[in-house]
Ligand binder design. Structure first.
Ligand SMILES: [Fe+2]
Ligand SMILES: [Fe+2]
Length: 383
């Protein structure tokens, strides 16, 4: 295992609402009482805790948890970049205004999604440690540059949001009666190639400009296209998490680990559903610099079952093989090759999310991903 994926707990990162995430607040509360946390726990819980310390988790469960911790650190990194610029306490007024053109609640949702990812990463690593396993730390790979736009902190990043190729086929996939696990492919809703999802600098998109619903100037159109890209990217990331967690749940043995995987996975689905709805509100605009077009998804030649923006609930689709089984409204894909750990890293790479990352980063990420995909549910004590 690479030294860079081991050791200490991850940084908890910036707070998103000018208040600490709740998991930190609760810990501080216990410390503030001047007694150890253990003194407050009933003995039954202590016994349970001790037994966890003794009993080792199955290797497959550890591999799944470690990959998910890495994925959550990656998610946290990208969401923090969005949050600094466009969250409810965001520092770039024009970007926030462009995002609010899709829905005025978007900055709040960005802040809360960021908090959720930070909590996922911190919890998974803390759980690994509580079971005597190594947490995942990707700090050595926080080397990518920040945006130079007003509002962005000048710190090293794991992910790159400045030149994305956003796969928007999730949009048509969830409107289709077909399933990628049976080989179906789906068209892009919007062709987003080489487009930033955050403002790059203040010359390109001044942070103090007005951002009307119908952009007038070239810079306003540019900023709106960037905000639109963010909305589609939010849903791309979270639909990936929805499939990934479903797939990983099938690999774990411990019922407690299964509880963790399905419980966090549910929030990924929740995130996806909201962002799916918001992406449909993308403003009809063309980026004057990249030529990326955000079309009216409700009007010909688009519209209809494949593109209509309010069709956000998953269409029943092919699910399990079997002549008598009807279509079912489900998360898809749920096969390793289409949405497992390796497929997730590949999709993020094709997205441009890791553009500029080192070979060592890809090696470390792939090592964790291959191990997670190789995990197989065993017959455990819980059975
Ligand atoms: Fe997450
Ligand atoms: Fe997520």
């Amino acid at each position: 295992m690479k030294e860079t994926t081991l050791q200490s707990t991850p940084p908890l990162g910036a707070d998103c609402n000018s208040q600490q995430p709740s998991f930190i607040r609760r810990r501080s509360f216990l410390q503030g009482l001047g007694v150890s946390g253990a003194m407050l726990l009933p003995t039954t819980l202590l016994a349970d805790h001790d037994s966890h310390r003794r009993k080792k988790l199955p290797r497959g469960d550890v591999a799944v948890l470690r990959f998910l911790a890495a994925a959550e650190l990656i998610e946290s990194d990208l969401w923090q970049q969005y949050n600094e610029l466009g969250g409810v306490k965001g520092g770039n007024a024009a970007y926030m205004a462009a995002i609010e053109n899709l829905d005025e609640d978007m900055p709040q949702y960005i802040a809360d999604n960021t908090d959720d990812e930070l909590s996922h990463a911190a919890f998974l690593n803390a759980y690994l440690e509580s079971r005597g396993e190594q947490p995942v730390n990707l700090d050595a790979f926080r080397t990518l540059p920040s945006s130079m736009a007003t509002g962005a902190k000048q710190i090293g990043r794991l992910t790159n949001l400045q030149n994305l190729n956003v796969d928007t086929s999730w949009y048509t996939r969830y409107r289709s009666e077909e399933n990628p696990d049976f080989g179906a492919t789906f068209p892009q809703a919007v062709h987003i190639v080489g487009e930033p999802a955050i403002p790059l600098n203040d010359a390109d998109t001044p942070p103090d400009m007005m951002q009307p619903l119908v952009p007038v100037t070239s810079q306003q159109r540019r900023m709106q296209a960037i905000a639109n890209t963010a909305a589609f990217h939010f849903a791309f990331i979270e639909q990936g998490g929805s499939s990934l967690y479903t797939i990983m749940s099938l690999k774990v043995t411990s019922l407690e680990v299964l509880r963790i995987v399905v419980s966090i996975g549910g929030t990924e689905v929740n995130h996806f559903a909201v962002w799916h709805d918001k992406a449909g509100n993308a403003v009809n605009v063309t980026d004057p610099e990249t030529g990326v077009v955000f079309p009216d998804l409700n009007s010909p030649p688009l519209g209809g079952e494949q593109f209509q923006t309010n069709l956000i609930f998953p269409e029943p689709c092919d699910f399990l093989k079997g002549e008598k089984l009807p279509p079912c409204s489900v998360i898809r894909p749920t096969l390793d090759k289409n949405g497992g750990a390796v497929a997730t890293i590949k999709a993020f790479t094709e997205d441009g999310l890791f553009m500029g990352q080192s070979g060592a980063f890809f090696e470390a990420a792939m090592e964790l991903a291959v191990a997670a995909d190789a995990a197989r549910r065993e017959r455990g004590d819980d059975d």
